[in-house]
Design a binder for this molecule. Structure first.
Ligand code: SF4
Ligand code: SF4
Length: 367
């Protein structure tokens, strides 16, 4: 079946602002029709690591919150704690980081609730029919919510090529145990020939998995697969080694997304913001320059279709010179491979299709 994906481009003027376009998309998706009276509605975002500047602006959340309230629902803005012990590793630091990045109840018009509890262990085991997993460990307050609206910053990602709705849901809504189950097979390696023993990777590794004798060495038994060391290395010495487990990482995310959506098949709406398309994840304490110009916002109910459409829109755009994009600048060139040549980002989509998460076949409707 062909899935409908609505698209509003990023152009704006004083008559048609970006907020006016967001409201048009909200209307197209009939957010009001999805929300029953007093429906506890999770607005899933990523608050951004402290120092990151590309995460979705808090003001983008406001029209969604207002729409839920207008329909009689009770919205809360949410994310789950991270696997690594950084600024968002437990709920107290996570909330302080969110406030520092501008996500406050006052600005949002809704409370913030970290969905997996203060220590990341308030979770529900959701049964799923995956090839790898038969259950997914999801943040309890997302599972218990009546409805879900995912606001996703679509950008590159060093482990999955891009980070879209599947990553925001499958990884972002997982409790700590669930995140580890998805990351556990991915351990990067140091190309020792190029290592200068500068120590940057050691400082940035949240799991203390790296030691330096003459050169850096990653203990794969200790590594939690977060990927933080890769961009922290000034000599580009740390690489993901392409192997089947890397493919599994994306497959696992797709399967976890099944768990997040279970029971909310008609109670979930997804919005991807293809704006500030940075090369890497918002979990880093910095943001590099965008690799393509701002494209717009897409929305739908199918995580596979919306991510396929988003990836296609990015790849159709012209790449920006002087950025992390090394090749494939021409319209139609694969921008994600242009940054991460070793990552085949299609596994999350093809596996999502295989396990019944959605379809890659979509019809893009411009509003
Ligand atoms: S991926 Fe790198 S930073 Fe993350 S735990 Fe493993 S060695 Fe440490
Ligand atoms: S950051 Fe790179 S160059 Fe520095 S110690 Fe680690 S692997 Fe070696």
């Amino acid at each position: 079946m062909t899935e409908k994906i609505y698209f509003a481009d990023a152009r704006a003027d004083h008559k048609t602002t970006l907020f006016a376009k967001i409201n048009m998309l909200i209307e197209k998706m009939d957010v009001a029709g999805m929300i029953s009276n007093k429906a506890l509605t999770a607005i899933k975002v990523h608050f951004g690591e402290r120092g990151n500047t590309a995460f979705l602006r808090p003001t983008y959340c406001r029209p969604f919150i207002d729409a839920v309230k207008g329909a009689g629902g009770l919205p809360f803005v949410t994310d789950c704690n991270t696997l690594y012990v950084g600024a968002r590793g437990e709920s107290v630091s996570h909330l302080m980081c969110a406030y520092d990045n501008g996500f406050t109840p006052g600005a949002l018009g809704a409370p913030i609730i970290i969905a997996d509890g203060i220590r990341g262990d308030s979770v529900v085991n959701v049964p799923i029919e995956g090839e790898i997993f038969k259950s997914a460990v999801i943040g309890a307050d997302i599972v218990k919510a009546d409805a879900l609206i995912a606001l996703t910053h679509f950008k590159g990602h060093e482990l999955s090529g891009f980070g879209g709705a599947i990553k925001n849901l499958g990884m972002g809504c997982a409790g700590r145990e669930g995140k580890h189950a998805q990351h556990s097979d991915v351990a990067p390696k140091v190309k020792q020939k190029y290592c200068t023993a500068c120590g940057s990777c050691v400082e940035n590794c949240p799991a203390n998995a790296i030691t330096i004798d003459d050169k850096a060495f990653i203990d794969s038994e200790v590594c939690i697969g977060c990927g933080q060391c890769i961009l922290s290395c000034p000599t580009g010495s740390i690489k993901i080694i392409w192997n089947p487990s890397y493919e599994d990482f994306q497959k696992k995310m797709a399967e976890y997304t099944l768990g997040v959506l279970k029971g909310k098949e008609n109670k979930t709406i997804l919005f991807n913001f293809i704006i500030d398309v940075t090369p890497a994840c918002d979990c880093y304490p910095f943001s590099d320059a965008p690799i393509v110009g701002d494209i717009g916002i897409v929305c739908g109910t199918d995580p596979v279709a919306i991510d396929q459409a988003s990836a296609d829109l990015v790849n159709e755009a012209r790449g920006i010179d002087g950025t992390a994009l090394k090749e494939n600048h021409e319209p139609g060139g694969d921008k994600f491979r242009g940054v991460y040549p070793y990552v085949d980002w299609t596994f999350q989509l093809s596996h999502g299709e295989k396990v019944g998460l959605g379809t890659r076949d979509y019809n893009l409707i411009k509003v």
